[in-house]
Design a protein around this ligand. Structure first.
Ligand code: GLV
Ligand code: MN
Ligand code: MN
Length: 415
């Protein structure tokens, strides 16, 4: 079977999808359940229908587009990614896995392939934590790790609940029906941009992912005492911001001291109250994103941060509360999928390397449902989550070719 990727059609579709944004081009901002997200979904579902895929949506908008295989007894092969985009993002993160997955299916259809297992393309509802403060709510619910009860309590910064937002976006039904049974898929494989510089630096076309690092997310609330910036003398102060600043530096220090190369910590949000030039901060809200490929090492760092927070709170006469939002388990990719991707590269003369994913992806949660693997393609300068994020049409087409070949190997069928 000849697999021909229609590179220019795919690029046109990626460009068109980028037009569904709440900020003008080249910025892509597409927060889940926003107008931009809803319009983008209509566009993408139209493409699914054109490819004669059977489309269904679950109660939170995870969208499944199935190319029905010849053996309904066999569990399908899943592929796909997300189309939501953080504020001020680019156009390739996630979309390459959705539109590239679609082009992989179309290329196999054009080549006359008849899959034994169905091949199902997924568009996950939100991989980004932008709206609900927690990454991958869509695949997290599919995996059952985010329960219906916990999802029912999720709210965005404006206080709107996931329930209100998803129904307003047209997604109905019981949240408890979202979780997939284990083994629903035979395999799941996701194509994604690397979001790091390693492939480009080595001049390689494909990264075969061996495992995915996992995040722990925390909300940190620091309560001190406010007051007049001129009249309250330094020894009298209970400055919430300074306690937070010290904690942030301690987080960095502990991560370096107790962690390994793959242990990374980020305080990315910091909200000072009342936020006035001449007022001592009485309250501070901070976020912590702590990740590692080794879950127990990450949890040891987390524990040490808890101890440091208590010490800082006592010394600075403030109250520090840590709310653990998630502490996900890292995932290993499946040996059979890794082998299929390697064989797909070899069959097409594509140069690759093995690597870990330090960003998280929906595949981290699909790992709970079925064997999982990921295929990375290079992106310019390793840049991602920025409007200048870029992978060339040729680099994307190579990734799609390897994905198509991998799907064919995993699905089995007549070539
Ligand atoms: C995904 O967007 C991540 O933050 O790794
Ligand atoms: Mn992202
Ligand atoms: Mn992504």
């Amino acid at each position: 079977m000849q697999i021909n990727i229609d590179q220019s059609r795919l690029q046109n579709e990626i460009d068109a999808l980028a037009g569904y944004s709440s900020e003008p081009s080249p910025v892509v901002t597409r927060v889940v359940y926003s107008h931009a997200d809803q319009d983008a979904r209509i566009y993408v579902k139209g493409l699914f229908a054109e490819a004669s895929l059977e489309v269904r949506e679950d109660p939170i908008g995870n969208t499944f587009a199935r190319w029905v295989g010849s053996d309904p007894e066999l569990a399908p092969v899943g592929t796909g990614s997300h189309i939501d985009a953080i504020p001020n993002a680019g156009k390739y993160d996630g979309t390459v896995g959705v539109l590239g997955g679609l082009e992989a299916i179309r290329a196999l259809q054009r080549g006359g392939f008849k899959p034994s297992r169905s091949v199902e393309l997924l568009l996950f509802t939100a991989e980004e934590p932008t709206r609900f403060g927690i990454g991958c709510p869509g695949s997290r619910m599919l995996s059952g790790i985010l329960t219906a009860e916990a999802a029912g309590k999720l709210r965005d910064a404006d206080g709107s609940s996931l329930n209100e937002l998803r129904t307003a976006a047209g997604f109905h039904g019981e949240l408890r029906d979202v979780a997939l049974t284990r083994g629903y898929y035979g395999y799941f494989v996701e194509l994604h941009i690397e979001q790091g510089p390693l492939l480009e630096r080595k001049g390689l076309s494909i990264g075969i992912v061996q495992g995915i690092a996992a995040p722990a997310g925390l909300n940190i609330l620091i309560e001190g005492e406010g007051g007049h910036a001129g009249t309250v003398l330094m020894p009298e102060r209970k400055d919430a911001f300074l306690a937070g600043a010290e904690l942030a530096l301690e987080i960095e220090g502990l991560t370096r001291k107790l962690g390994g190369t793959d242990t990374v910590a980020t305080v990315g949000k910091c909200d000072v109250f009342p936020g006035a030039v001449n007022s001592i901060p009485s309250r501070l809200k901070m976020s912590l994103d702590l990740r590692d490929t080794d879950g127990s090492r990450r949890d040891r760092v987390l524990e040490a941060i808890g101890v440091a927070a208590k010490e800082i709170a006592a010394r600075r006469k403030t109250k520090i509360s840590l709310e653990l939002l998630n502490a996900d388990a890292p995932a290993s990719c499946d040996a059979q999928i890794i082998e299929a991707v390697r064989a797909a590269c070899d069959a097409n003369g594509v140069r690759y390397r093995e690597m870990v994913s330090r960003a998280y992806h929906d595949s981290l949660f699909m790992h709970q449902v079925c064997p999982m693997g990921m295929i990375f393609i290079p992106c310019r300068g390793g840049v991602s989550h920025r409007p200048d994020e870029y992978s060339s049409p040729g680099q994307i087409a190579t990734g799609v070719l390897v994905l198509a070949e991998t799907l064919a190997r995993l699905a089995g069928g007549e070539r």
